[in-house]
Ligand binder design. Structure first.
Ligand code: SF4
Length: 272
């Protein structure tokens, strides 16, 4: 993994594309060590114009916290500030253990508070910051990506991402600490019929999307990345279908009162 320390010119980005519910996005890092096979960032300039392959490099934005307070203050002059962290990286990828950039951003936001903070991750490391999450009260939601309840499926699509049992445990811990949470089944991957019951034990809200609703191009971008081949290798091609999500959505609706179907125009952030 190639790790670089960089100084950013700015840290808060006005949102665009699929992130319509938030005014800004916040990325503590560029690059992502999880390197998920379907990550749409692979198709973005930040990854395309880089020599190294996506998933093999991370830039640490060393001055992120210094910039953030000033930028939130400025943005607030124009209206409410609602932040999505993160849209093009995972804020709790392994380097965060040591670099603590995400934690420093949370601390900065407890001084200069946004109107709402949405934290999207697939990493159990986020439990380290429960003490800070709690201080946001109801102005925060922590969303954990869990696209399947089957470890062999997780390993096939996202071999470097944290194991599913560890994510379930982490989400339960955050929910039990009184922090608003949700699970993001995004993008839906092949799963068992138990998935809804399993997820309901760790949170009370679920959102779901798939490659056809969520990749911003009705599945074309996903097709281009060759994701179909992974389904083929697993002998699970029937799951690679625009309607496959309906069965899982029904199961979720039986268990959850709060279920949202995510349909985005630009591309799902896996981190969503
Ligand atoms: S999908 Fe999210 S966690 Fe996976 S590589 Fe992309 S940014 Fe990282």
């Amino acid at each position: 993994m190639k790790i670089n320390e960089i100084q950013s010119k700015s840290i808060l980005t006005p949102s665009s594309g699929f992130i319509t519910k938030f005014t800004h996005t916040l990325n503590p890092y560029a690059g992502c060590a999880f390197g998920c096979s379907y990550c749409y960032v692979r198709q973005m300039p930040i990854a395309l114009y880089r020599e190294e392959e996506w998933g093999t490099w991370v830039d640490i934005k060393q001055n992120a916290a210094d910039l953030l307070s000033k930028e939130i203050k400025k943005a607030k002059k124009k209206g409410p500030v609602t932040i999505f962290m993160s849209s093009a990286t995972d804020p709790y990828q392994p380097i965060e253990y040591k670099a603590r950039i995400t934690r420093s951003l949370l601390e900065a936001m407890l001084i200069e508070k946004p109107d709402f903070l949405f934290v999207q991750t697939r990493s159990p490391l986020c439990t380290r910051d429960i003490d800070l999450f709690q201080q946001f009260g109801q102005s925060i939601r922590v969303s954990m990506t869990i696209e399947t309840d089957l470890e062999y499926i997780r390993k096939a699509f996202t071999p470097s991402a944290p194991p599913i049992p560890a994510r379930l445990k982490a989400l339960k811990q955050i929910t039990e600490a009184g922090v608003p949470t949700q699970v993001a089944i995004a993008p839906l991957l092949p799963c068992s019929k138990q998935i809804a019951k399993t997820l309901r034990r760790v949170t009370s809200r679920a959102v779901i999307d798939n490659f056809f609703m969520g990749d911003g191009s009705r599945g074309r971008r996903t097709e281009k990345m060759g994701i179909r081949n992974i389904y083929g290798r697993l002998n699970l091609l029937p799951w690679y279908h625009p309607n496959a999500y309906k069965v899982v959505l029904k199961l979720l609706q039986q268990e959850f009162e709060d279920v949202e179907l995510l349909i985005s125009q630009q591309g799902f952030m896996p981190n969503q």
